[in-house]
Design a protein around this ligand. Structure first.
Ligand SMILES: [Zn+2]
Ligand SMILES: [Zn+2]
Length: 319
């Protein structure tokens, strides 16, 4: 099969063997997959991952040894494959399983390929109302919903999403739908126009004078300087939600966290069910966030394009 592989460099392998059969795993024929910041970070050495990239996908189950009812179903998949036996799994924190592998991120081949394997327990059926290119957004949208699980936002008036990239725009829409008067701080006029279209306030980072007055700041910049700005925006005793992994290694002065008694909440994967519901109801607009659709065979160019500043979602199609 074809697969986009990272092994110190990025390459497209046309003759990669199909994924190994492991007990209980379903074989899924991938239809579309989305490129995300994590994929780009991996190509810069994040997680030390080697193998097939890609964790945001939609596909059709073609083989399902343990659970035949899945065959033919159009599915998306949760990316953490867990043991179900360790102390963290048993205490309800299976996303943090000590023995986990993570699709296209840690010790498990991903979905930028013709086929991918996942256990049936990870799969969610996609309702007919959700098209393939929207279903590709389930995983990152679920991550945006995780913010609502971790921070109580009722009645909070001063909520800022920092960063107008793919994840920032999803978080902003989810927060708006939750009744928050959210504001986005970004750098790209075309993305601010998208916010206007959605009725979400936005400001250019260059026009902001941080005043330590925000109750919650959701940092989706993926950069150390973003976290620095979040520390200047948040009010004393306020909360910073860190949505993106910062791997640029810049030294940070963390004293403001102590001085202003800031709560810092790390936030990763979230509830698929809520993301699928939002896409079914079309309460979150993802199609406006698609920058370009490209064939898997153009995978190298697609990764290059997705890394350019200002580019939103690049989708790989496998047909
Ligand atoms: Zn992702
Ligand atoms: Zn476990």
């Amino acid at each position: 099969m074809r697969a986009l592989i990272f092994d110190n460099g990025l390459s497209l392998d046309a003759k990669r063997p199909e994924p190994r059969r492991e007990e209980g795993d379903c074989l899924i024929k991938v239809r579309q997959a989305g490129i995300c910041a994590t994929d780009l970070e991996i190509t810069r050495g994040y997680m030390g991952f080697k193998g097939i990239l890609g964790h945001e996908f939609v596909g059709e189950v073609v083989e399902s040894p343990g659970a035949r009812q899945w065959i033919g179903k159009r599915v998306v998949g949760e990316i953490n494959v867990v043991c179900g036996r360790c102390d963290l799994c048993l205490s309800g924190l299976s996303n943090h399983c000590r023995n986990r592998t993570v699709l296209g991120i840690s010790k498990r081949d991903g979905a930028f390929a013709d086929f991918v394997r996942l256990p049936a327990i990870n799969l969610h059926e996609v309702p007919p109302a959700v098209e393939d290119e929207a279903a590709v957004f389930v995983e990152p949208l679920a991550a945006a919903f995780q913010v609502l699980k971790q921070v109580k936002l009722d009645g909070k008036k001063w909520v800022t999403v920092l960063g107008d990239g793919r994840l920032g725009l999803l978080c902003a829409q989810v927060l708006r739908n939750a009744g928050c008067p959210v504001r986005v701080i970004g750098r790209h006029p075309e993305k601010m126009r998208l916010c206007d279209q959605w009725g979400i306030r936005s400001r250019a980072a260059a026009d902001i004078t941080p005043r330590h007055d925000q109750e919650v700041v959701v940092d989706c910049t993926g950069s150390a300087s973003g976290l620095e700005m979040a520390m200047q925006l948040v009010r004393p005793r306020g909360t910073i939600v860190l949505k993106s992994t910062v791997a640029d290694g810049k030294a940070l002065n963390l004293a403001p966290i102590v001085i202003d008694e800031i709560n810092v909440v790390g936030s990763r994967c979230g509830p698929f069910r809520e993301a699928i519901k939002a896409l079914t109801e079309k309460s979150v607009d993802v199609t406006s966030m698609i920058h370009r659709r490209m064939k898997l065979d153009q995978g190298l160019e697609a990764m290059e394009l997705a890394a350019k500043p200002g580019v939103l979602k690049v989708i790989l199609t496998m047909d």
